[in-house]
Design a protein around this ligand. Structure first.
Ligand SMILES: Cc1ncc(COP(=O)(O)O)c(C=O)c1O
Length: 411
């Protein structure tokens, strides 16, 4: 990792960027919000683990098993450091979706009929559907938290909606509008109303270490593959007293204290919530990904990313004129480097297909946020989501592809 932030040096850390997609077609990867690319440090850590330390964890005493256990524990420590939390309160899960489902099942089982769960309308389905299912199972009220016309959580509406609410579920940053939620303010309001707060950090965590205690939330979930770790790993941090009071989500090996035929007793968190063989290799990769991202100068990276985001928005406006509709804030304050847009008279999938011919990877569709798109009165959008390794060449290739799309789709 270079000591000084440089997109060019950072690019060199990603093997996938070194290869053209097809002869003469370099990759311009602008779909980082869907899955982050894997830096060499992560690839190396997984290969080293699988070739030198492959074994199950916390079971056998042979050398490989000890190595695997140490590697798994070190991964948990690295994720905990990234979130500035104690590793004893950090559960490794098979993804962000699983982390949220864990809370919905386990913490949710402690709620009573008629209790409210407030969920923002900005949420990814991963932070909406589990709460709908919980509400249906347990007779709870699902309370929608509205957004502003430019796609931010409507903070002015919040205090009036929290009566009887026991849990507030919000995203740290929207995967569609890019808006960053003022979580500390949400947590202060929620706690005053007697509710706990779960934050979906899937989109925020790839943009640098998160000071979870400063957010004041009660649960924080993240997704490994968005940080460039292998698929099938994520994490859930929970407030110690809440985790301690929560029943297990899944049953099986390693989550128990003792098993009798009639009944079992359970281990302390985090093991209570890690039934069965965990995704050890992916966890090792997530630990390496956290160390990799922690070493980036994120203040410099963010300035670079905001420059690129501004260039992209200006370029879209110049090329699409009044056919352009941005799904999210136009100004760059408190937002992620991602741009969701619609070009009236075109379909987002068609735009993405035309861009793909130039090696530009964008995502088109509802991005697992149908409620959000419905609030904007559209079925889907095209989305460019940037990472610190992106450069002006990527943005200019995207804008050139948009010019192609305008010619082809709107002759
Ligand atoms: C905001 C948000 N939350 C949750 C998820 C789901 O994460 P995972 O794929 O780790 O289950 C995503 C993935 O797209 C996301 O963007």
């Amino acid at each position: 990792m270079p000591a000084v932030f440089s997109p060019a040096l950072l690019r060199a850390e990603y093997p996938i960027l070194a290869e053209d997609l097809a002869p003469g077609v370099p990759l311009h990867y602008l779909d980082n919000g869907a899955t982050g690319q894997m830096p060499r440090a992560v690839l190396d850590s997984v290969i080293a683990h699988e070739t030198r330390s492959r074994a199950n964890v916390k079971r056998s005493v042979h050398t490989l098993a000890e190595r695997a256990t140490n590697a798994y524990d070190a991964a948990r420590d690295a994720v905990a450091d990234y979130l500035n939390v104690d590793a004893r309160d950090l559960v490794l899960t098979p993804g962000c979706t699983m982390a949220i489902n864990l809370v919905a099942h386990s913490y949710g089982s402690l709620l009573s009929e008629g209790d409210g769960i407030a969920v923002s309308t900005l949420e990814h389905h991963a932070n909406m559907v589990p709460w709908q299912m919980l509400a249906a199972r347990r007779g709870l009220r699902l309370v929608p938290l509205p957004m502003t016309p430019d796609g931010r959580l409507d903070m002015a509406a919040l205090p009036g909606l929290l009566d009887g609410v026991k849990l507030v579920a919000v995203t740290h940053a929207s995967n569609v509008t890019g808006a960053i939620t003022p979580v500390a303010a949400v947590a202060a309001l929620a706690h005053a109303a007697g509710a706990v707060v779960l934050v979906d950090g899937a989109q925020m965590a790839p943009h640098g270490p998160v000071d979870v205690p400063a957010l004041g939330c009660d649960f924080y979930a993240l997704s490994g593959h968005k940080l460039g770790a292998p698929n099938g790993i994520g994490a859930l941090w929970g407030r110690r007293d809440l985790l301690a009071a929560m029943p297990p989500f899944l049953g099986g090996g390693e989550m128990i204290r003792s098993v009798r035929f009639e009944a079992s007793t359970y281990a302390r968190p985090p093991q209570r919530f890690e039934a069965g063989t965990p995704p050890i290799g992916p966890a090792v990769g997530l630990g390496a990904a956290c160390r990799f991202h922690a070493a980036i100068d994120h203040a410099a990276a963010n300035a670079h990313l905001m420059d690129l985001t501004g260039r992209l928005i200006d370029g879209l406006k110049a090329r699409c004129g009044n056919r352009l509709r941005l799904i999210g804030p136009d100004d760059l304050a408190e937002r992620l480097p991602l741009v969701s847009f619609i070009v009236e008279g075109t379909h987002p999938h068609d735009i993405c297909q035309i861009l793909d011919r130039r090696g530009v990877a964008l995502r088109g569709g509802h991005h697992c946020a149908q409620v959000l798109h419905e609030a904007f009165g559209v079925a889907g959008s095209a989305r460019a989501s940037l990472a610190a390794f992106n450069d002006r060449g990527d943005i200019d290739a995207c804008l050139a592809g948009i010019e192609d799309a305008m010619k082809v789709l709107l002759p």
